[in-house]
Design a protein around this ligand. Structure first.
Ligand SMILES: [Zn+2]
Length: 180
């Protein structure tokens, strides 16, 4: 593995152990040329995935980006890191095992929502509000209806929409009576 700092060709593995869910091997590496330290992960990849975006553009699937959007939704929620890692791995496996290696950004969003729904209701609502680009209180009401009132029983208020995740499109103002 080439050193990401100086480009040196011979970095050494200092430490190697399974990640929290044992689905990956984590290696600490050090570069003898510049002393740089970095970590690599070795994971099973069933196939290369391409994402078909709403715009029609195609790009390579980025697991780290998926992980970040899930982390944002789960921020400060009482969910153990191993369970989050299993969620990410499970979503990626499901995407890898469908179709011809090309997934739509919608399919990714749906797969994440499915996983979050079983894991943490608040994170589910947060993720959905960004993914579905909510603009109105009614959107929240409709989604909360799908949870069967579980949030209300837990005494959790409906969260404000989070802005951290890249929205698919900038919010547009709707005419006041567009929902009739
Ligand atoms: Zn180096």
């Amino acid at each position: 593995m080439r050193c990401p700092f100086c480009g040196g060709p011979d970095t050494q593995v200092k430490d190697s152990r399974p990640s929290e869910d044992s689905a990956a091997i984590r290696r600490r590496r050090v570069c003898p040329d510049c002393g740089g330290r970095f970590t690599t992960f070795e994971r099973v990849q069933l196939r290369e995935l391409t994402v078909l975006k709403r715009s029609g553009k195609r790009m390579p699937f980025d697991r780290d980006k998926l992980q970040r959007s899930i982390d944002v939704a789960l921020r400060k929620r009482p969910v153990e890191p191993e369970r989050i890692e299993r969620l990410v791995s499970g979503v990626v496996r499901r995407l890898e095992s469908t179709g011809d290696g090309e997934v739509t950004s919608e399919a990714i969003g749906e797969a994440v929502m499915e996983g979050l729904k079983g894991l943490d209701d608040v994170a589910y609502v947060r993720f959905a509000s960004v993914y579905k680009n909510f603009r109105e209180a009614q959107d929240f009401q409709d989604l909360l209806g799908t949870l069967g009132g579980r949030l209300a029983e837990d005494g959790e208020p409906a969260p404000e929409p989070v802005e951290e995740i890249e929205s698919p499109a900038p919010p547009r103002r709707r005419p006041a009576r567009s929902r009739s």
